[in-house]
Design a protein around this ligand. Structure first.
Ligand SMILES: *Cc1c(COP(=O)(O)O)cnc(C)c1O
Length: 381
């Protein structure tokens, strides 16, 4: 079965000896815009491509405002700052995620609290969130919720749309409103993914994206924050650009700021990549459909987009029978020129977060031991 799977994957990516997990594609206006950017000498943080990119990203996602950032982790950090997360607050997130989510929480001195994921969406579980909050927090007269055990404020909830598959974000949004918790979507992996027809990242106070080299569209390194709230957008722009008081020549700063801006060079790449996003999505969906048909004939389960959603299929994923089978699959594929990888080690297992609070995380544990990502690049025609 493993051999047939390797052969099938190789057939999808003909002409490649080694098939990586996710390669970037630069077949549009990337070189043209980069040259134009270099010729203009505005290669750094001021320039027309940064402005264009922010406008285009807002238009694409349907958010009112977009603020470019140097990477997705910085975007998450900034989103939490402007959402009001403070030192020692609690931020709820999922144990199955890339480390960046928890790193950003930790930069503020806040503490992650882990709630399980759903087995079908791979993202934060609305029902388990509801259950956890009902049992463990009290809403006070200031409108915020506090943990019963430690009296820490539950300042934010950061669900993540795992591998591009949207989680039950409308239910999560309703729960966050009920408990006075700021919702920030880590949409790093879900550029081009929709839930009930609405782009991921637009359901809460703020959403963040990553444009790292392995994501669906990329500029090498980059990120962005989206929001419908003008004040939050302005504050994010101001804090990511060193908190400078606007003036034609004076350099006055009235707060501790951050150098989190995206250079114009990277923004030029983003403008070219955004033009191709819909083609990339179609291409990736066609591959996912082929995988789905192929794995139907096997005892391996291909993970399809959840109900009510349109996934970007960023990283296609399969579930093996158990951990032993997973390990032999990883070994066989990687030995035979097909790059595959397991899910991340759960955050709850990492030394930094081993004492963090969490509810029952059985789904995350099961996914961690059985899931494998398989090659998912946009295929060249
Ligand atoms: C990629 C990613 C990020 C951000 O990563 P950067 O490399 O900083 O752009 C954040 N969260 C998740 C879940 C990611 O996959």
């Amino acid at each position: 079965m493993f051999k047939q799977t390797v052969d099938f994957i190789k057939e999808q990516f003909k002409g490649q000896d080694f098939i990586p997990l996710h390669e970037p594609r630069f077949n549009g206006n990337e070189k043209k815009y980069l040259l134009d950017c270099i010729d203009s000498t505005f290669v750094s943080s001021v320039g027309k491509y940064v402005d264009d990119f922010e406008k285009q990203l807002a238009t694409y996602t349907g958010a009112k405002y977009a603020v470019a950032a140097v990477n997705g982790t910085a975007a998450l950090h900034m989103a939490m700052i402007v959402a009001g997360v403070r030192n020692n607050d609690i931020v709820i997130t999922q144990p199955l995620s890339f480390i960046a989510t928890c790193n950003a929480i930790s930069y503020i001195g806040a503490k992650p609290l882990f709630v399980d994921v759903d087995f079908d969406t791979l993202g934060l579980s609305a029902s388990k969130l509801k259950e956890y909050l009902f049992e463990n927090v009290i809403k006070k007269s200031d409108g915020f919720s506090y943990h019963k055990l430690t009296n820490q404020k539950i300042a934010a909830c950061v669900p993540m749309h795992t591998f591009g598959h949207p989680c039950r974000i409308d239910e999560i949004a309703a729960i966050c409103i009920e408990y006075g918790i700021a919702l920030i979507e880590d949409a790093a992996e879900s550029m081009g993914s929709y839930y009930k027809g609405k782009h991921t990242g637009t359901f809460g106070k703020l959403g963040t994206f990553s444009f790292n080299g392995n994501k669906t569209i990329t500029c090498g390194g980059g990120g962005a924050i989206i929001t419908d709230d003008e004040q939050l957008a302005k504050r994010a722009k101001y804090l990511t650009t060193q908190a400078k008081v606007p003036h034609r020549w004076d350099f006055v700063h009235d707060e501790i700021g951050y150098n989190y801006r995206m250079p114009n060079l990277n923004a030029a790449l983003m403008c070219a990549q955004l033009e191709q996003l819909n083609d990339f999505l179609e291409n990736k969906r066609a591959l996912a459909t082929k995988y789905q048909e192929f794995f139907k004939k096997t005892d391996i389960q291909f993970i399809v987009e959840p109900n009510n959603s349109n996934s970007n299929y960023w990283l296609c994923a399969i579930l093996l029978k158990d951990k032993e089978t997973r390990d032999s699959f990883l070994e066989f594929t990687n030995d035979n020129g097909v790059m595959t990888r397991p899910a991340w080690a759960l955050m709850t297992k990492l030394v930094m977060f081993k004492d963090a609070m969490h509810g029952n995380i059985e789904n995350a544990e099961m996914i961690e031991s059985r899931l494998v990502n398989i090659p998912s690049s946009v295929r060249l025609k």
